[in-house]
Design a binder for this molecule. Sequence first.
Ligand SMILES: Cc1ncc(COP(=O)(O)O)c(C=O)c1O
Length: 402
Amino acid sequence: MSTPPRISTRISAISESATLAVDAKAKAMKAAGRPVIGFGAGEPDFPTPGYIVEAAVAAAREPRFHKYTPAGGLPELKQAIAAKTLRDSGYRVEPSRVLVTNGGKQAVYQAFATLLDPGDEVLVVAPYWTTYPEAIKLAGGVQVDVVTDETTGYLAGVEQLEAARTERTKVLLFVSPSNPTGAVHSREQTEEIGRWAAEHGLWVVTDEIYEHLVYGGAEFTSIATAVPELGDRVVILNGVAKTYAMTGWRVGWLIGPGDVVKAATNLQSHATSNVANVSQMAALAAVSGDLSAVGRMREAFDRRRQTMVRMLNEIPGVLCPEPKGAFYAYPSVKELIGKELRGRRPASSAELAELILEEAEVAVVPGEAFGTPGYFRLSYALGDDDLVEGVSRLAKLLADAR
Ligand SMILES: Cc1ncc(COP(=O)(O)O)c(C=O)c1O
């Protein structure tokens, strides 16, 4: 009789988050006293605005928040999320169609767990955020990559999506602004893609977590609002992490048709029950307040974005299209792969990233993490001086590539 594996096949197929791994290595080097500059983190460098923190402090003092609350979220927060969705996306939903989750990540997991049966295909535009493949796989789904590159600004059009569609396609994952590329679809492109999805009876799972971080005249368009023909086959994922510098508070949400929200709430009721009440009350202050704090962050990000893109494009062998949203640049470094650098010859972007961390003490996330080797993701959510110093070190090192 053979011994069953210690770790289930399902879970052992999950890889470590590459972005967190780079961040952890950089932090360990820093702790050891090395002056590492990290472009790996996917979080604003600002603290959470004071009025949000104060709301949490007040909530922590209230005994009713020391107890279990409804698994699907505090009614007042669901109401506020519905109101915020109407304000920001023009999308009208009843609070009963909102499920409050432990960060956007849990919304991603629960959306796919709720929609997918084994073998169902999901169209995913690559480069993609590292978490989607694991969530799809765990739900038994099959990810079908729609690969884009810098020549189209990392945007996939209907023709490319249609070429990847099969009889098993159930879901289109739509992410605009995108992590890792910062690509933003125009309203026209969004409408075209949405109409195509509707025509073929596909579900659209749309991740709107970077909705407020768009620059240089780019506009966020919610596909749910832009394409009413999608009817009730739309699931919106969102959260407070990026808009209000609240990554550590762990509050996100999922908005969908009643049956999906009910099923996902059932799942959550067994997995995690309610999200921490103190965090929910902080999120309530965030979503029911104005957008001035994110406006100030956006200004800083925009300035850093322009500096970073300009400096990256000055490095021979690096090609960086202008990101229009989120807080990442995604340059191609394909020309540098295989070149000789400090006595080594990195054969992949992963190897080049490792060399850069060791030689220049600069942490970048290699494109392997996002399904497209040959690229780096650099977050510009860090201080201006560090940004300039980090990219300068990169330029100095890469100038030696032969
Ligand atoms: C595209 C995208 N969606 C969702 C999330 C989830 O964020 P959180 O779980 O912190 O709310 C992230 C975080 O990096 C992201 O980049």
